[in-house]
Design a protein around this ligand. Structure first.
Ligand code: 4AD
Ligand code: MG
Length: 463
């Protein structure tokens, strides 16, 4: 069982090891330097961005000519402390087994490749320093999300991937079907007859787990989802993916104000977690992606998020010392340029914008007493824009039904959703945090294609 008897390089470099003798490491060669009487290999095993230096004291005893950058090796040897060096421990090799060679044409040579080029080789980019770091970071922040909600007593629930309901009502669903495109069944009106489809009705990939989260919250209390989400929206921007991950907490007996406190606490928790528990990754981002990233996050942890209503936001934008491509009018949806002005120029910190016009928001949001606005909240942050969208939910049966009718929704199809309001209805609230967006914001990575390992965007589902 070689596999389990190996030591991870991260543990070696942290000297978190039982013995300096008979150590076995498995990994890939990053560099090789050979001279007559001594040779050095830098080995990486993915557990840390750092490499372990392997020292070979009798190079002629090893088949070093077969070992190139990219080759996979098993090395047995002993460890030695080497004071006054950046890495204060190294390994002296006693036995080297080549597991897989790497020919000279291995594409990841030592020079730096552009992010654009690396997207073309998504199967190899996790081997670079930047993308191994991004993936380790993704892993750690995923864990942080579960830790945060589990410690608060929220229950992790699984909402379906295939669904018949368009939770956002925005018509951006990818279709799921087994119908034969060459021979589509039609009804009397000449429309596709989805009754003959696999599920007996039209289905698609979920755009949000919210509706099911509401079902669970009105039974279990506090719940959250954390899963993949799909949107067939043709937005080719640096912040939109067709498949992304979303965290959707949903809380029974909770109003908008209370939820906003949770949002602020949650975001700050993730920042703190990143700084303290993803130290190596944050150091890497701070050095290589955006200088001063850690300091920026620290400032936000110590600041209070701005809280304004949509109407206040519109007034700020109307008085702005710059012009916008989309002129600002009450009732319009805020565009990226407006969101960025608010959070980057005006407040210079995260902003929670509430009480949007009813007409531009989803059917499930609770109508305010003015009947013009809804109890919605968006969280905007510098550079990335919107990272969170959420609301207090409409818990009044009649009000919700009327709203759904106004939106020409098929009431029969959503009767189950309405029924939550019929039996023991409660005020409840929830939001969705785009996982990639928060990772971009913490790390300073500018394009969503570089924060998700296998990005799906319009025209691209390779790898
Ligand atoms: O604002 P959205 O559309 O809200 C919902 O889906 C609600 N049902 C959430 C809820 O209340 N439970 O999406 C929520 C967040 C956005 O703020 C954004 O961070 C992210 O999901 N998001 C995307 N991230 C990447 N690519 C896309 N195409 C995204 N669309 C939304
Ligand atoms: Mg939104």
């Amino acid at each position: 069982m070689d596999y389990f008897k190996r030591t991870k390089i991260k543990d070696i470099l942290q000297k978190d090891i039982e013995s300096y003798q008979d150590v076995k490491v498995l990994g890939w060669v990053k560099t090789k330097r050979v001279s007559k009487n001594i040779a050095f290999l830098e080995l990486n095993d993915g557990s840390t961005v750092k490499n372990l230096q392997i020292v070979i004291l009798n190079p002629s005893d090893f088949a070093l000519e077969e070992i190139n950058r990219g080759a996979s090796l098993k090395i047995k040897g002993y460890l030695e402390d080497v004071p006054n060096r950046e890495q204060s421990i190294e390994m002296k090799a006693e036995k080297i087994d080549i597991i897989g060679t790497a020919p000279d044409n291995y594409i990841l040579q030592k020079k730096e490749h552009s992010f654009e080029f690396l997207r073309e080789i998504a199967h190899l980019r996790p081997r670079t320093k930047t993308f191994s770091t991004v993936n380790r970071f993704r892993n750690k922040i995923s864990y942080a999300i579960h830790k945060y909600y589990q410690e608060k007593g929220f229950q992790y629930i699984h909402s379906p991937i295939i669904t018949a309901s368009d939770a956002e009502g925005a018509g951006e669903m990818f279709k799921v079907t087994t119908l034969d495109f060459e021979n589509l069944p039609k009804n009397d009106q000449g429309e596709v007859n989805y009754q003959e489809d696999f599920f007996g009705e039209q289905t698609g990939l979920t755009v949000s787990g919210q509706l099911e989260a509401e079902v669970m919250a009105t039974a279990l209390g506090d719940v959250y989802t954390f899963g993949p989400t799909f949107r067939a929206e043709n937005s080719n921007t640096s912040r939109h993916a067709s498949e992304f991950w979303m965290i959707e907490p949903e809380m029974a007996f909770c109003n908008l104000e209370e939820m906003m406190d949770l949002i602020e606490d949650f975001i700050k928790y993730l920042f703190e977690y990143a700084i303290e528990e993803a130290e190596e990754e944050m150091e890497f981002f701070d050095q290589n992606i955006e200088k001063g990233r850690k300091e920026t996050l620290q400032k936000i942890i110590n600041a209070t998020f701005a809280r304004i209503t949509y109407t206040e936001a519109v007034n700020i934008l109307k008085k702005a010392d710059q012009s916008f491509e989309f002129p600002v009018e009450w009732g319009m949806d805020l565009q990226t340029e407006h969101e960025r002005y608010l959070t980057e120029k005006h407040f210079k910190k995260p902003v929670l914008v509430t009480d949007y016009p009813l007409g531009i928001k989803a059917f499930y949001m609770r109508a305010n007493d003015d009947n013009q606005t809804v109890a919605a909240v968006d969280c905007l942050v510098p550079e990335v824009g919107e990272i969170i969208g959420g609301s207090q939910r409409e818990e009044r049966y009649d009000v919700l039904k009327k709203r759904m009718e106004e939106e020409n929704m098929n009431i029969d199809k959503y009767e189950w959703f309405l029924e939550l309001r019929k039996f023991g209805t409660v005020p409840h609230s929830g939001f969705g945090l785009g996982f990639e967006r928060i990772l971009m914001y913490i790390s300073g990575i500018k394009n969503i294609r570089d924060i998700i390992p296998f990005p799906r965007t319009p025209g691209n589902a390779r790898f």
